[in-house]
Design a protein around this ligand. Structure first.
Ligand code: G6P
Length: 468
């Protein structure tokens, strides 16, 4: 069996199982695959150094080897805060109004991709399978080829692929996409993003797409496919069974005082549609005064990418918005919104999900969204809550039995909240059974196996997306 080499911007250092350390499903699944193949996980340490030395910090925890490097401050500014999060992230989430184009970002991005390639290349053996992740590292495959690597190299994009008409607003877009032709396999989350990618390739690069998703340009052939990522439902249910989850459940239930609970959990990011969600909830309170004092909305939003100004602005906006809603609707013994800028461990979140009657997951655009799947996995089969889900999240392709909404419409959000609060138990169970089936089917294991099998050449194309 060939070793698997995972390369991503961030490396999740495995927590020793003996410490009971909590980790996300993706990190757990990748760690399992790395352990099994005796591979390694390479990326940025999250630390900065005066000068880039390429010195690798190798660690082995619980059978998983990680290799990390420090970056220079200028690298972090131009590559991570710059090109990745001020240029590509907004553009790929359809926000060309927020995307910034600066020559220094592009050169910093290329420099860090080169630095990654030159550092990791000596660690790669001839029959290793190489798997590159996400928008930070689009040109890494090309950089590795330039260093003579002949291995099979795959790329998976965790975020959406934008429509061709938006993509062309990126200076040097062609150069970026052409750099992807050195991969053997390119994976996207859903058929929708795959279609946008194919459209770009045919319109802008003059390529052709075969029925199995193989693209051909100038005599080069690259496989492509949709591989929807999922959670590990077993691992999540195990988290739910811990004391920590039980305590979180009790705390939330007690604080709700028999009110219905609505929960949202998102990184503080403009793509998550938090301001729109708050407006929708406000509309619900205006239209349904009979629910005043009988419902409570908990929004957990840990800050993220604070050095990027658009993230600082959204934080200010939400502080104001939540304050205004509470000012307008609260009573002495009730606040309509609890807005918390802090992260919680997974087990605690699992308990909060279980204690909530509605999961509100309404991003304006999202590659997949695993909170939606975790909310479903945390529910009581005999009395499940209702998932309200944006139709613009990749997860909507699998979770069609959620109440699907247009997150830009406060009226739709208000109506969905009302419908969810009024939904009969039999209807909630009927929908949840369909949802959990999808969560179990498209789990993180099938995502991982599906991608690796196609990359290895054991299977020719991605499994078809199930009809919903
Ligand atoms: C998204 C991206 C990931 C990223 C995560 C957290 O899910 O697809 O690549 O790691 O956000 O963002 P951060 O900038 O904190 O790594």
């Amino acid at each position: 069996m060939s070793r698997l080499i995972v390369i991503s911007n961030r490396v999740s250092t495995p927590k020793p199982r003996s410490s009971g350390g909590a980790q996300g499903g993706l990190a757990v699944a990748l760690a399992a695959a790395l352990r099994e193949s005796r591979g390694l996980w390479f990326g940025w340490s999250g630390e900065t150094a005066e000068e880039f030395t390429g010195q690798i910090n190798m660690q082995r925890v619980d059978g998983v080897t990680t290799a990390t490097v420090d970056l220079e401050e200028q690298d972090v500014d131009e590559y991570y805060n710059g090109y990745a999060n001020r240029t590509l992230w907004p553009l790929f989430h359809y926000r060309i109004d927020l995307a910034e184009y600066d020559r220094s970002f592009g050169s910093g991005y290329e420099r860090v991709n080169q630095r990654f390639a030159e550092t990791v290349a000596p660690l790669i053996e001839p029959d290793d399978l190489v798997w590159v992740h996400d928008y930070h590292l689009v040109p890494l495959g090309q950089q590795l080829r330039r260093r003579g690597l002949k291995n099979r190299i795959g790329f998976f994009l965790h975020i959406p692929w934008p429509p061709q008409r938006l993509m062309v607003s990126l200076p040097f877009h062609e150069r970026l996409v052409r750099s992807m032709l050195d991969y053997d396999l390119i994976g996207l989350q859903t058929e929708e993003w795959l279609e946008s990618f194919h459209h770009y390739v045919t319109r802008e690069l003059g390529g052709t797409v075969e029925p199995d998703g193989t693209i051909e340009i100038d005599g080069r052939r690259v496989k492509t496919g949709a591989f929807p990522i999922g959670i590990d439902p077993e691992e999540f249910r195990a988290a739910l069974a811990t004391d920590e989850a039980r305590q979180a459940y009790d705390t939330l239930k007690r604080s709700a005082e028999h009110r219905k609970m609505i929960i949202g959990v998102d990184r503080l990011d403009y793509s998550k549609g938090l301001a729109e969600r708050f407006h929708g909830y406000r509309r619900f309170l205006e239209e349904h005064p009979d629910w005043s004092g009988r419902v409570s909305f908990l929004q957990i939003a840990p800050p993220s990418r604070g050095e990027v100004h658009t993230y600082a602005h959204i934080r200010e906006d939400l502080d104001q918005l939540s304050g205004r809603i509470n000012g307008a609707f609260a009573h002495v013994d009730w606040v309509p919104i609890r807005y918390v800028n802090q992260g919680y461990p997974r087990a605690g979140l699992a308990g909060f999900y279980r204690a909530s009657d509605i999961g509100l997951v309404t991003p304006l655009r999202d590659g997949m969204n695993l909170v939606a799947k975790e909310y479903v996995a945390a529910q009581d089969p005999d009395d499940p809550g209702v998932l309200i889900l944006s139709r613009f999240a990749g997860a909507a392709h699998q979770l069609g039995e959620a109440l699907l909404v247009n997150p830009y419409s406060k009226d739709e959000l208000s109506d969905a909240i009302h419908a969810a609060l009024s939904m009969e138990r039999t209807e909630r169970i009927r929908r949840w059974e369909k949802l959990i089936e999808a969560v179990n089917r498209d789990d993180v294991g099938s995502w991982l196996r599906g991608f690796v099998e196609v990359l290895r050449g054991e299977r020719t194309h991605a499994p078809a997306e199930p009809a919903i």
